[in-house]
Design a protein around this ligand. Structure first.
Ligand code: GDP
Ligand code: MG
Length: 339
């Protein structure tokens, strides 16, 4: 999962990136920054204690901070760096700083949304012009593509981001355009240190919204945990910014984790909710999908209740499932396959 950080200049993108990835400030400016961090998951910790494997592998998420502050000028190439991201994180300034205008989260949200919409509109219209030209030259055209693009244009002209239209946003025929307003969006309202609340004004928007205190949380993320814990209490922070943002991103993208366990490795795998066992197998290896026989499944909760795998088996909570079984969050899966 790759998450791209966007927002107006001085909104705190760099600060938030450093908080989320626990990275040190860098003196370089104008360079892309990318950091891969593990998805914290207590279940993986506990499974690892239980199995004492040679290796423990957490799921991973990539945060990407493009070099050029996005959302500044009307240029269709503005968003090129984030076109391959799975979702976007929009950082909005909600702190006061000497020499800056008072924060206006609602305006900032809407102006960035407009930039996303405009960029998509340009892409859609260009493509439609091309199709029109082809058709006038007697070339065959893809009627489905054209119809989808017309729908996009209609929504975009109405200033509605494509992410509001789930089916359209994920239509395979449109995938190549990588529409930026179609990407899932998480809005991070960047508050001042003392302020833990979401501004009322922004609650009416249809977005997925969270508060972050970027500056405070980037400082906390660099402290040794013992030292940080006092501050967490003092500032009433229940979970680190990293944990909260990852959790919300999983929700937003409809992602879940399943686990494989054994003496060699305990590992978390990330899949979309609703994925069948056969496709979950492919995430591990294409051979497992090809030779799929059955999946032996035990839920994490049942394992915890039973105490260990053998007990769970005795209690009958270990199940054999077929190709179409929908893998659930927290499933511990052993694939049986032929190669
Ligand atoms: N008070 C306060 N200042 C912040 C916060 N986040 C960022 N800043 C300050 O705002 C300025 C711009 O932040 P920066 O992360 O460079 O913004 P960017 O231009 O979006 O990358 C810097 O002086 C930061 O120290 C915050 O949460 N609270
Ligand atoms: Mg910056």
């Amino acid at each position: 999962m790759k998450l791209g950080i966007i927002g107006l200049a001085q909104s705190g993108k760099t600060t938030v990136f450093e908080a989320l990835t626990r990275s040190e400030p860098t003196p370089q400016r104008g360079e892309n920054r990318i950091a891969t961090i593990r998805v914290p998951d207590e279940r993986v910790d506990i499974l690892s204690q239980m199995y004492q494997p040679k290796k423990t592998t957490y799921a991973q998420v990539e945060y990407f901070l493009p070099a050029h502050p996005s959302g500044q000028k009307r240029d269709q190439n503005l968003w090129t760096p984030v076109r391959d991201c799975d979702a976007l994180i929009h950082v909005i300034r909600n702190f006061t700083e000497y020499g800056m205008d008072p924060p206006n989260p609602v305006d900032d949200l809407s102006s960035l949304n407009q930039e996303l919409i405009l960029a998509d509109l340009i892409v859609a219209e260009k493509r439609m012009e091309r199709i029109d030209l082809d058709s006038r030259r007697g070339k065959a055209i893809d009627a489905e593509e054209l119809s989808l693009l017309q729908q996009c244009r209609q929504h975009l002209e109405g200033e509605i981001p494509l992410r509001r239209f789930k089916e359209l946003a994920s239509a395979p025929a449109l995938r190549g355009f990588a529409f930026v307003s179609a990407k899932p969006l998480l809005v991070l309202v960047n508050n001042s240190d003392e302020d833990a609340a979401l501004p009322d004004s922004i609650l009416q928007s249809n977005e997925s919204i969270m508060v972050i205190r970027g500056k405070l949380e980037s400082e906390l993320s660099r402290m040794p945990p013992e030292e940080a814990s006092d501050f967490l209490e003092e500032f009433n922070i229940v979970a680190s910014a990293t944990d909260r943002v990852i959790q919300k991103s999983y929700e937003l993208l409809g992602l879940i984790s399943f686990f494989t366990v054994g003496p060699d490795e305990v590992r978390a795998w990330t899949i979309k909710q609703g994925v069948a066992a056969l496709d979950a197998a492919e995430v591990i290896h294409s051979d497992i999908k090809k030779g799929f026989i059955r999946a032996e499944v035990l839920s994490y909760a049942d394992l915890m209740e039973a105490g260990d795998y053998a007990q769970a088996r005795k209690k009958g909570t270990v199940r054999l499932e077929g190709k179409t079984y929908e893998v659930k969050d927290g499933d511990i899966v052993h694939f049986r396959f032929n190669v």
